[in-house]
Design a protein around this ligand. Sequence first.
Ligand SMILES: Cc1cc2nc3c(=O)[nH]c(=O)nc-3n(C[C@H](O)[C@H](O)[C@H](O)COP(=O)(O)OP(=O)(O)OC[C@H]3O[C@@H](n4cnc5c(N)ncnc54)[C@H](O)[C@@H]3O)c2cc1C
Length: 278
Amino acid sequence: MTTWTTPASIDDALVRIVAGATPVGGGAALYSAALAPLLGAVAVDLAGVLEAGIDGDTIGAKTTLEALAAASTVRRRWPALAEAAEATANPNVRRLATLGGTVAARLPTSDLPAALAAYGAQVVRLVPAAPDAADTSNWAGLASSGRPDLRPVAGVGGGGSRVDEVPLGRYLSEPSPPHIVVGVRLTTSGPGCYRRFALGHGPAPAIATVAAVRQADGAIGLWAGAVGPTSAPLFFRPDSLPEPDQLRSDRRASAAYRARVVAALAIDATAWLSEQQS
Ligand SMILES: Cc1cc2nc3c(=O)[nH]c(=O)nc-3n(C[C@H](O)[C@H](O)[C@H](O)COP(=O)(O)OP(=O)(O)OC[C@H]3O[C@@H](n4cnc5c(N)ncnc54)[C@H](O)[C@@H]3O)c2cc1C
């Protein structure tokens, strides 16, 4: 049985997570047996300690996918991201699901990563301020050591914790120390669009997604999502499509099939973006 806890502050939440508790954002994953995180003995509800909304280039982790899709700032500055949020799941899930939980879930079929990567996303995390923070092998020992520097303190980044940033691709493909995603910082903006292909009617996990964004030099950058061995998207150019050996084969689609889907989505997205410019 799981005990649900409400942390007094974000640092308090981190202390609990370091001690083995499971963070919960919107809790949307709990709606599906296929996705549900193993909550373990203690769950930490992050709703009261995370920020929603947009501050400059950073989107707060508590921002729901519904809010992300509707925000005029997102539609104007990061249109491919607004489209990806709108294409995710169904209205009930989008109302609950948070940006932080969606990124942290690292689902291989996730819709958001390609669009986030297309805008140069950096994942902003709260991590313990241990000197050996980069060494994930030390975290299990740290959790049980009762380190005094991990006592709850007020405010993000104070005393027992610090804020760091990692590129989205690295975050999605490498293990992280215990952490809380507090936001996502987008380093570029610009015209863009998002395409996805899924089998089946209604909301269904993507077979492949493509985000296309016009970059500062005028070239179109393309990112393929839901196709790789992890949820980390793949960058490619219109004239150098991902090869099948970079892609995932699973029971829903072979790597060769995914490569063809990515090619078709890329042609469509590139044509749409080019039309907008002319
Ligand atoms: C019916 C259904 C249909 C779906 N369809 C799609 C779809 O079409 N496309 C798609 O991309 N996704 C789809 N999903 C997945 C859905 O988008 C994710 O479950 C949801 O976005 C997760 O966000 P959340 O805030 O609810 O995270 P939670 O469910 O709260 O948590 C997800 C994971 O992230 C961890 N976590 C949560 N917040 C944080 C944080 N701030 N910091 C660190 N760790 C954290 C949790 O411990 C857990 O492991 C679907 C889900 C359901 C239930």
